[in-house]
Design a protein around this ligand. Structure first.
Ligand SMILES: [Zn+2]
Ligand SMILES: [Zn+2]
Length: 258
């Protein structure tokens, strides 16, 4: 059975003021919301600033979301007020998965599950998640995810620059079906955020190397996400650049099958 993946938000944190005015109830490829992705309508990766707003626009009921996996605790990925709304009307507590050294505030009707890096956890009937080291602000307890379900595997690497050694080796020969990479910065040199985010020149180097170790293959659907609109050209222009790398650019509301 195919997996359904919905991008709820694909932005770094330079949000447009238009999200509070004419685009409050509308998704737009160039006016991105906070980074978040939903798998099979039940497993949510991050619940940040706009995740509830995106779910509302896409008419996805919150009650069916059983598990929330947290990549890290920056506001654009972890918003307590929005997580409260997710958990509010559930019959069973919302399960939250987070790195074991992170401390979370009390959130009613949730159950916290602490994750050790590189251990594989059964999330639901047939879905497993592994947290892997990420090169990002360590005070936010970052982790990338490997999600395995229905014989499919998905890499989710927002936020983080490059791949740290152990994570890189963990992905060897995975033949990922879908790989989502941080692409905060655009196609230029001299970018100072290289210690925490990817830019297009970095992905241009990384993707062929990841192919050489069979982490990804010609069949892998590679997506760039977590884009800062102020550091990129338009979505359509960026999509053309991504195509030359064999990749796609995610946008808010994009729904794909793995
Ligand atoms: Zn972020
Ligand atoms: Zn971050």
């Amino acid at each position: 059975m195919a997996l359904k993946i919905t991008f709820l938000g694909t932005c770094a944190c330079d949000f447009s003021p238009r999200l509070k005015t004419d685009l409050r109830d509308k998704l737009d490829k160039d006016v991105r919301r906070s980074s978040s992705m939903l798998i099979n309508d039940t497993l949510l990766l991050d619940c940040g600033t706009h995740t509830i707003n995106s779910l509302d626009i896409l008419k996805i009921p919150y009650e069916q979301i059983t598990d929330l996996l947290i990549t890290h605790l920056h506001d654009d990925h972890f918003d307590v007020e929005n997580i409260k709304k997710l958990a509010l009307n559930r019959h069973t507590p919302l399960r939250i998965w987070v790195r074991e050294d992170a401390t979370l505030p009390e959130i009613p009707n949730t159950q916290i599950n602490k994750m050790t890096l590189f251990e594989r956890y059964l999330i639901s009937d047939n879905t497993y998640a592994t947290g892997m080291m990420a090169n990002h602000d360590e005070s936010a307890f970052p982790q990338h995810f490997l999600i395995e379900s229905e014989k499919k595997s998905i890499f989710y690497g927002c936020d983080g620059a490059w791949l740290l050694n152990k994570t890189y080796y963990h992905l060897h020969k995975r033949h990922l079906d879908v790989a989502v990479f941080d692409c905060t910065t655009g196609d230029y040199e001299g970018e100072w955020r290289i210690g925490e985010h990817n830019g297009i020149p970095m992905l241009r180097v990384m993707l062929p190397s990841l192919k050489s170790v069979e982490a990804i293959t010609d069949k892998t659907k590679v997506y760039f996400s977590h884009l800062a609109p102020s550091l990129h050209k338009s979505h359509d222009e960026t999509e053309k650049i991504a195509h030359t790398l064999g990749a796609f650019v995610a946008y808010d509301g994009l729904c794909i099958e793995a």
